[in-house]
Design a protein around this ligand. Sequence first.
Ligand SMILES: [Zn+2]
Ligand SMILES: [Zn+2]
Length: 386
Amino acid sequence: MPILDQIANIHPEMTAWRHDFHTHPEVGFEEQRTSAIVAEKLASWGYEVHRNVGKTGVVGRLKVGSSGRTIGLRCDMDALPMQEATQLPYRSKTENRMHACGHDGHTASLLGAAQYLAETKNFDGTVNLIFQPAEEGVGGARAMLADGLFERFPCDAVFGYHNTPRLAVGKFSIRPGPMMAGGAFFDIRIEGKGSHGAHPELGIDPVLAACHVATAMQSIVSRNVPAVDGAVISITRIEGGDAYNVIPNEAHLRGTARWFKPEALEIIRTNMKRIATGVATGFGCQAEVDFRVIFAPLVNTDAETAFIADVAAEIAGEANVNRNRDLIMASEDFSFMLEKVPGAYINIGNGDSAPVHNPAYDYNDKLLPYAATLYARLVEKRLAAA
Ligand SMILES: [Zn+2]
Ligand SMILES: [Zn+2]
């Protein structure tokens, strides 16, 4: 079964919704306009609508028939705090806000599936549509879980997708087990003693200590994490001081770590703390490490991976579904939902676009019917009427 006819018919509507979201991007937990539009559309199609699940999150519930079976379909709604560089007619109208990860398209495609499912009702059970806020590192999935997402809206399984630049439209890729890395952010504060730049002997230089900490931290992945396990530590910001001739009181290192196995996370966390405090102490400074896990590794369950790949193969043909794709070092907070409920996360090609998080990126509207059909068919197959 390729693209569903009724979904092909609403391709222009889904495209218009997507462009509207693109023009009015909202960052994590500020998705007031977006979530209001989502809630209004869901209600108009007969969904039971629950707003403010995880602050700006929305859940739409539709029960058909008598079966106790349930399914969750998830998308994300937030934009990024960056300036758009495209000249698209529907480009962002808000300074320093851009849908550069395609969550505008994720939202529009789940709305398309929502409309189709409400009109056709070709299933027996309960569908929970999860419109998640704040995926971009600010905790939207965890906020929804903290608001009792799966207690209030039980799901036997939960599914989601992300668009993937440089994969052709109509192609899917997934793998069972770990697929995307866990991610942490860290801040290291190194305290010394300020002095005149001409008289370092009168102070304790935290900038020099920070430089040595940064270098020493490169040994964690190369010398402590087993090479086959795959991990990354990137120091992405170094700050200290304001003047050419002043040694400051403190310096800061910030960055991100990525891993797949829980053992690797513990090695990174423990060794980062030991190196930062030990090296800083060696220079007469003191270091404090704040290490925060932002994303769990994303782990697809085997049965649900096979299921969503089978649905993708129905739509696009087996030749267009890569069931054993490479690991991805980027992270995704749908991982926290997959820690609670069986499920799977699949990539769908966005064609020859700029990479996500790039100012020239745009979600490919040709993808909308593939994604909406995937969402719809997951429901029709999983909750097939007897
Ligand atoms: Zn993103
Ligand atoms: Zn994204």
